[in-house]
Design a protein around this ligand. Structure first.
Ligand SMILES: *Cc1c(COP(=O)(O)O)cnc(C)c1O
Length: 412
């Protein structure tokens, strides 16, 4: 692959920061986690433990932070989505709509619940195409939507909910990238019947692994608690549905053992409390990068509507006018200089990124046309919290230089 030859003879500038560096754990979380380990009470339940476990407190605090009645902690967001689908009536063979631009645990959760994914296209702003959603709902007869707020981009939730109510479609929100975010004054995860959040290391709260399911529906909450593996200790959940709700489900619900442990919960609690500060930092860095990248000829960033209250821990942009070889050379050139841009357009799945054409277990593993076209030109970069203004400028400079280089390549 052709490499850049610096005009001046000086070595090309490099980014001196690992973009995949996870967010640090606040000291308070470290102390609580160590105290928990020393105590030995690592499992969330215990016959003499009462309702004081770290997990139970995390659920209570998280539910309060987004204004829902119930939160149920589980071992991943994938597990939360699986349970949300099970608790919303998805059975073997049930069709479930999903936006095609997302991560592999989304179709995975649908298949885990026995459902069949129905792929819906996206638009240039990376959010679900509401016209295609209506067409696919009609054509498939599907009555469930697992909506991913992928990479933090939030569709017009007022329009989406109106449409889904008219179509009789139950909405479940995948908020893996939108903890702390909202639309028109309401937190994501509170529009649909269930909201699912991730505590995985690369999301907005880093507990290593973990997930939270949020709902106002007491049957969903009771079933999720029982499915998650509460044994008969569900009385130890601080915010829990009524005894009547549990009585309806307790003897007919299998235990899937998807619990969260107390150490992860101790790490998460400290970060839920400090999320507003991290949100400000991420959005400040995003704003700086977005403004500078938008100035580069041929780059386009998704529009951010006024009603969208995002938490942008990553940044996405499309690049126009490059052939596929030039595009790959651009990505390789940036990566060599420390600016690792993820790409969803590769023939094979790579790292965290994949698209429907890689999910060979689907009945129809084809990426919908607009999604395929957009991801072939889409760059995706993580925003570590520690990124300084100088490093932002360096990133933009590297991207601009590499773009100039590949544009000058013969037959680009
Ligand atoms: C990470 C992620 C998930 C799943 O989260 P886990 O906690 O790793 O299971 C779901 N959806 C999207 C869009 C994600 O990025």
């Amino acid at each position: 692959m052709a490499r850049s030859v610096p005009q001046s003879g000086a070595a090309p500038a490099r980014l001196d920061l690992d973009l995949s560096e996870p967010a640090p754990i606040p000291e308070e979380g470290v102390v609580r986690a160590i105290e928990t380990i020393r105590s030995g009470w690592l499992h969330r339940y215990g016959e003499s433990l009462g309702d004081a476990s770290e997990v139970s407190r995390l659920e209570e605090e998280f539910a309060r932070s987004i204004g829902v009645r119930y939160a149920v902690a589980v071992n991943s967001c994938g597990s939360a989505m699986f349970l949300a689908l099970k608790c919303s009536g998805v059975e073997p063979g049930t069709k479930v709509l999903m936006n095609a631009f997302t991560l592999a645990p989304v179709p995975g959760a649908i298949v885990h619940a026995g459902g069949e994914p129905v792929l819906v296209d996206i638009d240039a702003d990376l959010t679900i195409d509401l016209g295609d959603l209506e067409r696919k709902a009609a054509a498939s007869g599907a009555r469930h939507l697992l909506l991913s707020h992928m990479r933090g981009h939030i569709v017009d939730m007022t329009r989406l909910m109106t449409l889904c109510e008219r179509l009789g479609v139950t909405v479940i929100e995948d908020c893996a990238h939108t903890m702390g975010a909202g639309w028109a004054g309401h937190p994501t995860g509170t529009f649909g019947r269930v909201g699912c959040f991730s505590l995985q290391a690369y999301k907005h709260v880093n507990a290593g692994e973990g997930g939270l399911l949020a709902t106002n529906d007491e049957d969903v909450a009771a079933r999720a608690i029982l499915f998650s593996g509460s044994y008969m200790l569900y009385g130890q959940h601080r915010n829990r549905p009524s005894e009547e709700a549990f009585a309806r489900w307790r003897n007919v619900t299998p235990n899937f053992s998807l619990r969260l442990g107390n150490v992860a919960a101790a790490l998460a609690r400290a970060q839920i409390a400090t999320l507003p500060g991290r949100k400000r930092t991420w959005n400040l860095v995003y704003g700086r990068l977005a403004a500078a990248l938008a100035e580069i000829d041929g780059l386009r960033l998704p529009r951010r509507p006024q009603a969208e209250d995002y938490v942008q821990s990553s940044i996405q942009f499309t690049v126009a006018g490059l052939g596929s070889e030039a595009f790959r050379s651009f990505l390789a050139g940036c990566a060599e200089r420390g600016v690792v841009l993820k790409w969803f357009g590769a023939a094979q799945p790579h790292g965290y990124t994949s698209v429907p054409s890689h999910w060979g277990y689907l009945a129809d593993p084809r990426t919908p046309p607009a999604t395929a076209e957009i991801v072939s030109r889409l760059c995706d970069m993580r925003i570590p919290l520690a990124l300084s203004p100088e490093q932002c400028d360096r990133i933009v400079e590297i991207i601009a230089e590499e773009l100039r280089r590949v544009r000058a390549m013969p037959a680009a």
